[in-house]
Design a protein around this ligand. Structure first.
Ligand code: KG4
Ligand code: ZN
Length: 341
């Protein structure tokens, strides 16, 4: 019997990327992302400017997603959108747009948790057709969050560890700013780290109980080190940039993997996934991949396009809600801070 084709329009606007995608079941037909360049000159996201840019981008991005998917707006079965967590002004644009569209088209509305959607990116069809099996552990690392999540089913996800201060992506970006790199520092540090010596410099690693993380001590240690060295040599950063990036990245990865290994031991689970913007990091991907043989873990690494914020993951998360009949009504509101899952 032919499988039912369910088309979901996904909308993502939690931070500084305006994105729309169309999924057909777990296949992504289009995934359009408008990245806001305006924040680069400010060294970080300016929330007010992000909201305005979302307003400008949302209609063209949705139109393009429908066009690339080669379907009409009336062909979609439901509209899934990011309810939170994220920047409230940014979330409100996607939420209001989704609600208006739902009302105009009389199509059901599905609210999606942004961090859960990062994990759900693993259920998007891929070339190898490799998807994690339950239960698995997911290290979810982005600009706003750093979490260890035990995923027992699509419905049942439990955060077993999280950062008590900065997120891993924030550590990359803030240290990038200290080195004078443009925002966001993460991707550039990744690139430069590939040319440097990761053992050249040592930075502080926090001691935090249980499966929680901390990155603010590393940032401070990095700042003090740079200040001290540039007092001695004003060209210190330029002369040592690759080694600084490689050493910093290695420290961040050590912090992440130390807790991930602890979680593997505690939970006796070796089915391991990574998700979120920082999962695009080549060093992180390579180290996780090497643990497949070294530690006999079964590892799952998302396609690059589904690591950083994208609406494809929202559409597929929406599809699984659709299958369960989990819809929301027009009273739904964006929530900047939203409980774990
Ligand atoms: O998931 P995401 O797109 O947005 C949030 O939900 O926060 O993650 C953005 C974060 C930024 O901090 C960015 O610097 C980081 O992901 N990031 C990276 C890389 N690509 C993005 N960090 C390290 N290496 C990368 N290749
Ligand atoms: Zn994200």
């Amino acid at each position: 019997m032919a499988q039912t084709k369910t088309y979901i329009l996904g909308i993502e606007s939690s931070c500084d990327d305006t994105s729309a995608a169309v999924s057909m079941n777990t296949q992504i037909l289009s995934n359009v992302i408008a990245t806001q360049k305006i924040h680069e000159q400010y060294g970080g996201i300016v929330p007010e400017l992000a909201s305005r840019a979302h307003l400008q981008n949302i209609i063209p991005v949705v139109s393009e997603a429908l066009k690339q998917a080669n379907i009409g707006i009336n062909d979609i079965h439901a509209i899934a959108f990011t309810k939170g967590p994220g920047l409230l002004g940014s979330l409100l644009v996607g939420t209001s747009f989704a609600k208006a569209l739902s009302m105009a088209l009389s199509k059901p509305l599905i609210d999606v948790h942004h961090m859960k959607a990062h994990i759900m990116a693993h259920f998007i069809d891929n070339k190898m057709n490799r998807k994690p099996t339950f239960p698995f552990l997911c290290l979810t690392v982005s600009g706003g969050h750093t979490q260890l999540v035990k995923v027992s089913s699509f419905q049942h996800m439990v955060v077993i560890g999280s950062t008590i201060d900065d997120a891993a992506g924030e550590a990359f970006d803030k240290c990038g700013k200290i080195m004078g790199l443009p925002y966001p520092g993460g991707p550039l540090i990744d690139k430069l780290a590939q040319l440097g010596n990761p053992n050249r410099f040592q930075f502080a690693k926090p001691k935090v109980d249980g499966l929680n993380f901390s990155f603010s001590g590393l940032k401070t240690s990095f700042l003090y080190f740079i200040q001290a060295e540039t007092r001695k040599n004003t060209n210190f950063i330029q002369e040592n940039l690759n080694d600084l990036c490689a050493s910093l990245q290695q420290t961040i990865l050590d912090i992440l993997f130390y807790k991930l290994e602890q979680a593997v031991k505690n939970e006796c689970i070796t089915e391991i996934a990574i998700a979120g913007g920082v999962s695009a990091n080549q060093g992180l991907r390579d180290r996780l991949k090497s643990y497949e043989t070294e530690k006999k873990w079964k590892v799952y690494i998302p396609d690059f396009q589904y690591c950083t914020d994208n609406a494809g993951m929202i559409a597929v998360a929406g599809y699984y809600h659709f299958l369960e009949g989990q819809f929301t009504d027009l009273n739904v509101n964006a929530e900047a801070r939203i409980s774990a899952f």
